[in-house]
Write a protein that binds this ligand. Structure first.
Ligand SMILES: [Zn+2]
Length: 283
């Protein structure tokens, strides 16, 4: 009987999607690296580029990026916490998109899959991605921690963290109930170390053998240490799939024969290329 494949959108040929699906079904050790492009369709602004969040003014700063450092927090805590209060509200008011849900379903079906997430918006976890397989290398806006002691809490309340009003006195900033130190978002700022627990878990996964398949969604492969993780996890027979709106975002060492590059919005491409495999797992 003639098998008619379901129609796919125009970002790839049916052959490419079929070969990717076959690889996905056969793969156990899957490493996913996700970035801002995954959440773009949820309305979370991207950072880089002329229109990116980091290059837009905030408060008295020409670029919001200048507030994402321990030095800025020390010298200008009011504007730093107001910026992060705004970003928290934005993340908590957004919803996971079909790509977050498809990735979470894939993770549940493939217990050896590991996702390295560069986003701090909490949308992967809200889509039901198993936490044990999700490593937030840049932390999370949904975590609030003390800048002095070890106190931290997971906080999803929509209440503004800090009021965004002009000339807010520093005395009104939130403080730790244990040591009275200033509270701060649980994200990694420029110049800060990535959390040891996260890097240890990723390195342990990579050290236990090459990945069968690496899937890179909505992120540049030129950022450290993400690019290094991808190279380290890539063995002779590891296949690579990249999903990006920009065809130029190739890994530093290039694509190999048999790799896939799907050009388009992650919210459209990811659910479509994972669809057949997910239907298979649900049988
Ligand atoms: Zn404290």
């Amino acid at each position: 009987m003639l098998q008619i494949s379901p129609p796919h959108l125009s970002f790839a040929s049916q052959n490419e999607i079929d070969s990717f699906t076959n690889c996905l079904l056969a793969s156990q050790r899957i490493l996913c690296l996700v970035g801002a492009g995954l959440s773009a369709a949820s309305g979370i602004p991207t950072f880089r580029g002329a229109d990116g969040l980091w290059n837009t003014p905030w408060g008295t700063q020409h670029r919001a990026k200048d507030l994402a450092s321990p030095y800025a927090f020390k010298t200008n805590p009011v504007e730093v916490l107001q910026l992060y209060s705004e970003r928290r509200q934005q993340a908590l008011s957004a919803y996971p998109n079909p790509a977050h849900y498809a990735l979470a379903q894939l993770a549940r079906a493939k217990p050896e899959l590991l996702t390295i997430c560069q986003n701090v918006d909490g949308l992967c976890e809200r889509a039901g991605h198993p936490a044990s397989q999700l490593h937030l290398i840049h932390g999370s806006l949904l975590n609030i921690r003390c800048s002095v002691c070890d106190y931290s809490k997971h906080d999803t309340s929509l209440e503004p963290f800090v009021p965004i009003v002009p000339d807010l006195p520093a005395s009104q900033l939130p403080r730790c109930s244990t040591c009275a130190g200033l509270l701060r978002p649980g994200v990694v700022w420029y110049g800060e170390r990535l959390p040891d627990t996260v890097t240890d878990a990723i390195e342990q996964w990579i050290d236990s053998g090459p990945a069968d398949l690496i899937i890179v969604i909505g992120t540049s492969l030129s950022t450290f240490p993400a690019a290094e993780y991808i190279e380290d996890a890539r063995g002779e027979s590891t296949r690579l799939a990249v999903i990006n709106t920009d065809r130029d975002e190739e890994p530093c060492n290039g694509m190999r024969e048999g790799d896939w590059f799907f050009v388009g919005d992650a919210a459209v491409v990811v659910p479509d290329i994972l669809k057949t495999a997910i239907q298979h797992f649900e049988k």
